[in-house]
Design a protein around this ligand. Structure first.
Ligand SMILES: Cc1cc2nc3c(=O)[nH]c(=O)nc-3n(C[C@H](O)[C@H](O)[C@H](O)COP(=O)(O)OP(=O)(O)OC[C@H]3O[C@@H](n4cnc5c(N)ncnc54)[C@H](O)[C@@H]3O)c2cc1C
Length: 454
């Protein structure tokens, strides 16, 4: 039996941890957030209750494994009290990093730091109540531009148009660097926005860009069949607020008013050019201005270099695959040309923003399988720190790790809170409150135990 560390308790990390623990090894999970689940808890759209409840149930089963230990609220990184070198000193036989893609792809635009400009991930963390984002300012105005054309754009548009009663949204403008054939959202997802789209306005936008589509062999008459089936519906009156698409343009400059808040976005008009079997956007020298007071960029995420893993051109560096087209999970240092022995990545930490939960789970499980093969080739490390040693060490570093028992108490308190408020589910949205609730529950349990012992 060996000790394995899993860093990151999203779907990839938890399903991988399950495989490793089921193989008989001791698994210690470190997670930045107090609660486990990653984007399954703090990314998936709030009203997708069935999916969230289902995943929480599966995670609870994983947490019931007796040889799996959890330290929540413990971030690993070069600027944190706990660094990768510190983990090594605990002497695990292998480590799997499933920290997701926590970096932000910078737009690199003038005015990017203006108020009212947000990255989609931060905004999503905010409305899903992840600390500390839950208590930060994510105010939006009346005219919101969302850059990007995938499922995350759809989620954010839903939130500012339908599900947050405190927003004053009048119009959402989707800025897409390519055209309607390159939309990346699922049909089921875009259906949520259809009633806010105006058929006439959409057709006018297609008319504006149709020559550029035809130039790369795209047939504008097929747009309805491909990504925008709402065009085939009978004419209807658009519901307010409206959403419109501005295709073939990229953000160029963000302008701010005297209050420091974005009040205009200059975009560059693009054309499409063939690239491989698809297309690429090519900037022209034409520009246009959009009057907006909020901008959210949903263009995918990047790996966070501050975790401390070696970086390659596409994020955390993994050994080039032996066979082209096959993934690789083994972390590799391009500076030395050598593998980091026993160190693996999986899920979005291997390929940023790649796919849904099912894909992240599968990727985590494949990473676990590779790691298990590696374990067969190395002798046991007798000096591996025990979970109790690790707990003490983390506390000496000033950290306040939350373990599995603490989580159960937190969940029980949240359930009671939900009942008293008449809600289906309740989530605490700041770390201090969560730690206080856990301490209070411990105190209560201690008193009950003392009374029953008397
Ligand atoms: C807005 C949005 C909506 C989505 N909606 C859906 C949907 O409806 N259906 C669906 O199937 N999929 C959806 N997905 C995709 C799904 O959430 C991902 O596929 C999946 O969560 C990726 O899993 P992961 O474990 O690789 O990473 P993550 O879920 O990001 O988990 C990473 C974990 O690592 C921890 N961590 C990060 N940094 C550190 C560190 N330095 N030290 C320690 N721990 C760290 C985090 O706390 C987190 O728990 C959505 C994604 C987004 C962004």
């Amino acid at each position: 039996m060996k000790t394995v560390f899993v860093v990151g308790a999203g779907p990839a990390g938890l399903f991988a941890a399950q495989k490793i623990a089921q193989a008989g090894h001791t698994v210690v999970v470190f997670n930045r957030d107090i609660k486990p689940g990653g984007l399954a808890e703090y990314g998936i759209y709030p009203v997708k209750d069935k999916m969230k409840f289902g995943l929480r149930k599966q995670f609870a089963k994983i947490f019931a494994l007796p040889n799996l230990f959890y330290f929540g609220g413990v971030k690993v990184g070069t600027e944190c009290p706990l660094k990768i070198e510190d983990l090594r000193r605990f002497n695990p036989s292998a480590m799997l990093f499933t920290v997701g893609a926590q970096g932000t792809k910078s737009l690199g635009l003038p005015g990017e730091k203006s108020k009212g400009v947000y990255s989609a991930k931060d905004f999503v963390y905010f409305y899903n109540q992840l600390p500390p984002f839950a208590s930060q300012d994510f105010s939006t105005g009346r005219r919101i531009v969302i850059v990007g054309m995938g499922n995350v754009m759809v989620d954010i548009a839903r939130w500012v148009m339908q599900d947050d009663p405190n927003r004053q949204t009048e119009e959402v403008i989707v800025v897409a660097r390519r055209g309607p054939f390159e939309a990346k959202f699922d049909e089921k997802e875009i259906a949520h926005l259809e009633e806010h789209l105006d058929q006439g306005e959409f057709r006018a936008e297609i008319e504006r860009i149709k020559d550029k589509l035809v130039a790369v062999g795209q047939d504008p008459s097929k747009i309805a069949d491909e990504n925008f089936p709402f065009l085939k519906k009978q004419a209807y009156t658009r519901k307010k607020p409206g959403i419109r698409f501005r295709f073939l343009c990229s953000p160029k400059e963000i302008h701010a008013g005297p209050d420091g808040r974005i009040n205009r976005l200059t975009v560059t008009e693009n054309i499409l050019v063939p690239k491989g079997t698809g297309t690429a956007a090519k900037a022209t020298d034409q520009t246009a201005d959009l009057d907006v007071d909020t901008m959210i960029f949903a263009i995918g995420d990047a790996h966070d270099p501050k975790v401390g893993l070696p970086m390659g051109p596409e994020g955390y560096a993994t050994r080039p695959p032996a066979e082209p087209g096959k993934g690789n999970y083994q972390v590799y240092d391009p500076a030395t040309g050598k593998d980091l022995d026993g160190v693996y990545v999986g899920g979005w930490a291997r390929r940023a923003s790649d796919g849904l939960v099912g894909i992240a789970r599968h990727d985590g499980e494949v990473a676990a399988a590779e790691l298990l093969q590696y374990l067969n080739t190395v002798p046991d490390r007798v000096a591996a720190a025990t979970p109790a040693d690790i707990q003490g060490n983390l506390e000496r570093r000033g950290l306040r790790p939350v373990n599995k028992t603490d989580l159960e108490m937190l969940d029980a308190a949240a359930d009671r809170e939900a009942k008293s408020r008449g809600l289906g589910f309740f989530k605490y949205s700041d770390n201090e409150t969560m730690l206080k609730v856990i301490a209070e529950e411990k105190e209560k349990n201690h008193e009950t135990a003392t009374v029953s012992a008397d």
